[in-house]
Ligand binder design. Structure first.
Ligand code: FAD
Length: 421
């Protein structure tokens, strides 16, 4: 057992766990889970809500033994669940391999990111969980269970974005590919009229594209991450889509010095040193913040841009920055991008929780009618019971939970709120 649980990364959630464990073997983890009345896993604590919380036993899996095992023929890597993407990426790169995409920060654990449907950007890039080809977990009764892609009775598609509600994951097998380089260009002064009017051209202009705006100024900045073997490494011109090539490195949040940011200015470098916006050894984003995000059908992007421009002045007092990304459809049951290509509208707010929740509600009033589904790891003003209704496979997931965990040992208040019995 370890010391009292800390808070989450943002500091807005203090974990209520009666006991915190950091087992050093899978056998020890199996004993903890079998003996527990109520148990949850904690990754690196980067979620902004109580998704990881429990008043029972909280388990960190980053003390489990394990190493990255690459299968070059199958193009997969089996990785410990608690490993952070930063360490995984270094290992893969050292062996000539890569992942298809990364989130904005590499500090998060693989299991925690996949459990919440974490994503990066790119018209052709699904969320990180889509790379999961198999996983191993400790079931509520302490048994070790293995689920594999392509084995229908395993129902892996239901078990990857699983909110920690099926078992404590110990290992994941991920799709990998040969390493590649990325060159990152930043543009300033993109007119928001252009973002609405030419959305597909903009979001499809590179392997991964991120647009940052405050919605009130009428302008945006664009991060183009060009995969050199597909897009080339050159920028599309000093002036492009009404925007100008930045003459210096920039932080996504205006006014913050860009030391924490990955290399810009078009200098090609390995995938893991360009796809995230932030370097692993610095505080990502602003560090004093709350976040919310909704994923909508990509075809709704122009309407969503116009709607957010209309309320830009109302949310401005608590908004640090907003990011627009795209996420390709996947088959994962609880993925916000399930069965539909998405535009993801993210908000980095101040840490004034009450005012932020009013702003989150204002945004959701505009974006839910356009088909928005909230990110599982961020804030929403929706009642938990209303979130399940946005997911077409929610009933299937409820049955999967009942099969894996009939007594509800892995269900915390968050999961019970979304899937009341
Ligand atoms: C600065 C910042 C930037 C972010 N950028 C992005 C981004 O670019 N894209 C994006 O989509 N999201 C982003 N997020 C959100 C973040 O990716 C998610 O909250 C993610 O879940 C964090 O992973 P974690 O390891 O911290 O998980 P935690 O928050 O610790 O846990 C999340 C869930 O995973 C479960 N879990 C963790 N480990 C296991 C396990 N071994 N077995 C079973 N269940 C487990 C937990 O029980 C919980 O339900 C960002 C967050 C921050 C703070």
């Amino acid at each position: 057992m370890t010391a009292a649980p800390p808070r989450n990364w943002a500091g807005n959630v203090t974990f209520r766990a009666a006991r915190v464990h950091r087992p050093s073997s899978v056998a020890e983890l199996q004993e903890i889970v079998a003996a527990a009345r109520s148990v949850r896993a904690l990754g690196t604590g980067h979620s902004f809500n109580r998704i990881a919380d429990t008043d029972g036993d909280l388990v960190r899996v980053d003390g489990l033994p394990g190493r990255v095992e690459i299968d070059p023929a199958a193009l997969t890597a089996t990785v410990p669940a608690g490993l952070r993407y930063a360490r995984l990426a270094e290992h893969l790169q050292a062996h000539g391999f890569a992942l298809a995409n990364l989130a904005s920060l590499p500090q998060i654990s693989v299991a925690g990111a996949c459990a919440t449907g974490t994503h990066g950007s790119g018209n052709g890039r699904p969320g990180l969980a889509a790379a999961v080809a198999g996983l191993r977990m400790v079931a509520p009764d302490g048994r070790l269970v293995e689920l594999r892609r392509g084995v229908p009775e395993d129902r892996l598609d239901g078990a990857v974005v699983a909110l920690g509600a099926l078992g404590i994951v110990t290992e994941l097998t991920l799709d990998i590919e040969p390493t590649y380089d990325v060159a990152q260009w930043v543009y300033t002064g993109l007119p928001l009229d252009r973002l609405a009017g030419a959305f597909d051209a903009l979001s499809g202009a590179a392997y991964s594209v991120s647009v940052f705006t405050d919605w009130a100024s009428g302008e945006a900045r664009v991060w183009l991450k060009c995969r050199t073997d597909r897009d080339g490494s050159d920028h599309p011109g000093d002036s492009w889509q009404g925007a100008r090539l930045a003459g210096e490195a920039l932080h996504p949040i205006p006014g913050i010095f860009p030391a924490a940011c990955t290399t810009q200015g078009g200098r090609p470098g390995p995938w893991h040193e360009r796809l995230p916006h932030f370097r692993p050894d610095f505080t990502p984003s602003s560090g004093t913040e709350l976040q919310s995000e909704l994923l909508l059908p990509r075809s709704a992007a122009p309407q969503a841009v116009e709607a957010l421009r209309r309320i830009g002045h109302r949310i401005a007092p608590v908004l640090q920055i907003s990011e627009v990304r795209t996420v390709a459809a996947d088959d994962l049951w609880l993925s916000p991008a399930h069965a539909r290509d998405c535009v993801a509208l993210h908000f980095t707010w101040s840490d004034r929780a009450e005012a932020v929740m009013r702003a989150v509600a204002a945004v959701e009033e505009e974006l839910l009618p356009l088909g928005g589904r909230p990110h599982w790891g961020k804030l929403t003003a929706l009642a938990p019971g209303d979130v399940a209704a946005l997911h077409p496979r929610a009933a299937d997931f409820r049955r999967l939970m009942a099969d894996h965990d009939p007594e509800g040992k892995l269900r915390n208040d968050f999961v019970r709120g979304v899937f009341p019995t």
